[in-house]
Design a binder for this molecule. Structure first.
Ligand code: ZN
Length: 511
């Protein structure tokens, strides 16, 4: 019983068995994602406890499947077949990636996985209550429990240098805390003086245009039009819902859900979070459909995922060309607020650089400083150098020293991100990696298709969309993030294109 594969060699029976085991795990994971999506959109507060139990049960089941001795034996038996196939073939990639995941997962006992899921559900509940009360103390006991659980998870996974390393390996295969810190140091050296120089030139009210009152329903319609224009498929394969902390989830390339929030006094909040999530959604809709029930049918890493959202949110959505195209459309929704505005006015308004409290609303220049401080805090938490009881003060101190501002309450401070409802190790490095990767991919796409950015002005995003489809989306999770970047752009991952982009754009904007 064997089938012919693409390379013409005989497909061993074990390979078919492997595919069906992996498909089952993928289906169960997607079922858990549906419960998670519902939890963060429509679940009434009373349903939270039961939902936590349901998620824990499903995640435990998935974990048992992913670490079953049967799977381990199959993977072992397929080593010869893997070596006989080209490294980038579906078959060799599937075995390689499945083995990597198996080896990582098998180190964590199932009871600990279930405990983590329970603690996360309780954490989400406590976080929502704490936000209501604007008081970190309400979340603190849950965060203490989470820090303890995550500490035991990383101990079980094992690490040599940093307790963050195994968690980074889960979301960014091949990367380490040390590599992230080196990248951050390079960025910090360039961005801190740049932000300071801009502060001396900023009149302080560049964004008044987008800070008027904008009807919430119209904001959603306007944002939807923009998202459709860049290529997110709403018609058959997507939808948008409201949430506290915008996110994207996908149950298959044909069912991708994005979410947003609306602030009636800030046009940019909903608009750019929609473009951001649509960038994630476009990636999910473009993942290889034939690999959808395998570990290859997903994003290469969180950082690569984020490169797609930052690309459409910032490099495209905050470009002058985009606003030449979209301003007349936005004006149709908001004639009163935007009729007197020129393209330059809106371009400046959506690119204001100013130290701000909320990461998701931060400009492109200061954004990475928000990431660095979170990364440092969670590293200290896991290394036992910072107790959870000191987290709020440590947060405020870093805000003061990096950005020169202090949150008025914990809501705008330490409670702003949903990530720590799963404990420290929230994967924040992926955001900065995303910014850096987005710029490098965009540079390569422009080199391959001269004049590409000029076409934004006529609403033509096709060349960029297609380049990403071919070079990034279609690969699924075959390559590690740094490999993917190198294959797609022909160059190793560096901060160079990102820093060049920032200097060019903001040098012009702020003279
Ligand atoms: Zn994102």
């Amino acid at each position: 019983m064997s089938k012919e594969d693409a390379g013409g060699s005989r497909q061993p029976e074990g390979y078919g068995k492997l595919q069906s085991l992996l498909a089952e795990s993928c289906d169960l994971e997607k079922a858990a994602s549906v419960l998670g999506w519902d939890q963060r959109t429509y679940l009434p507060p009373g349903g939270a406890v039961a939902r936590g139990e349901q998620l824990a049960a499903l995640r435990g089941l998935v974990h048992r499947k992913k670490t079953s001795p049967e799977l381990g034996q199959l993977l072992e038996g397929l080593r010869g077949y893997e070596e006989s196939m080209p490294r980038d073939s579906d078959e060799a990639s599937l075995i390689r990636v499945a083995r990597r995941e198996y080896e990582l997962a098998a180190r964590v006992p199932v009871a600990l996985v279930e405990e983590h899921a329970q603690a996360s559900a309780a954490g989400y509940r406590a976080w929502a209550d704490a936000r209501e009360a604007k008081d970190f103390a309400v979340f603190r006991p849950a965060m203490e429990r989470l820090t303890d659980v995550v500490g035991r998870v990383v101990a079980a996974m094992g690490y040599e240098e940093s307790p963050l390393d195994p968690l980074i390996e889960l979301s960014e295969p091949g990367l380490t805390a040390a590599r992230c810190e080196a990248l951050f140091a390079e960025l910090r050296a360039a961005l801190v003086p740049l932000a300071a120089a801009i502060a001396t030139k900023s009149p302080g009210d560049e964004d008044a245009l987008v800070r008027q009152r904008f009807d919430g329903r119209k904001q959603l319609d306007c944002g939807r039009e923009a998202v459709r224009a860049i290529g997110f498929d709403f018609e058959r394969r997507g939808r948008v819902d409201l949430t506290i902390h915008p996110f994207t989830t996908s149950f298959s390339p044909d069912d991708v859900r994005i979410t947003t929030r609306v602030d009636e006094n800030d046009f940019g909040n909903c608009f750019f979070s929609l473009l951001h999530e649509a960038g994630h959604g476009i990636y999910e809709q473009g993942l290889p459909a034939h690999l959808r029930r395998t570990p290859l049918g997903r994003a290469a890493s969180s950082g690569i995922h984020e490169s797609q959202s930052r690309l459409w949110e910032n490099i495209v959505g905050r470009s002058r060309g985009f606003w030449e195209f979209f301003l007349p459309r936005a004006r149709a929704y908001f004639p009163e607020q935007l009729s007197g505005a020129s393209v330059d006015d809106i371009y400046r308004a959506v690119n204001r650089v100013t130290p701000s409290l909320i990461r998701t609303e931060a400009d492109e220049v200061t954004y990475n400083l928000h990431i660095m401080m979170r990364f440092e805090l969670e590293k200290s938490l896991l290394e036992g150098k910072l107790p959870v009881s000191g987290l709020r003060d440590a947060w405020n101190e870093k805000m003061q020293s990096y950005l020169g501002i202090l949150p008025p309450t914990d809501l705008e401070g330490v409670l702003q991100d949903v990530h720590w409802t799963r404990g420290p190790g929230g994967g924040f490095q992926g955001y900065t990696l995303g910014n850096v990767v987005a710029a490098q991919l965009f540079e390569a796409a422009c080199a391959a298709s001269p004049g590409l950015p000029d076409r934004f002005a006529s609403g033509d995003f096709g060349p960029l969309f297609r380049w990403m489809r071919e070079r990034v989306h279609a690969c699924g999770a075959k390559h590690r993030p740094e490999e993917l970047v190198e294959k797609a752009t022909g160059k190793p991952l560096t901060a160079g294109p990102y820093l060049a982009y920032i200097r060019e754009k903001y040098g012009r904007l702020y003279g």
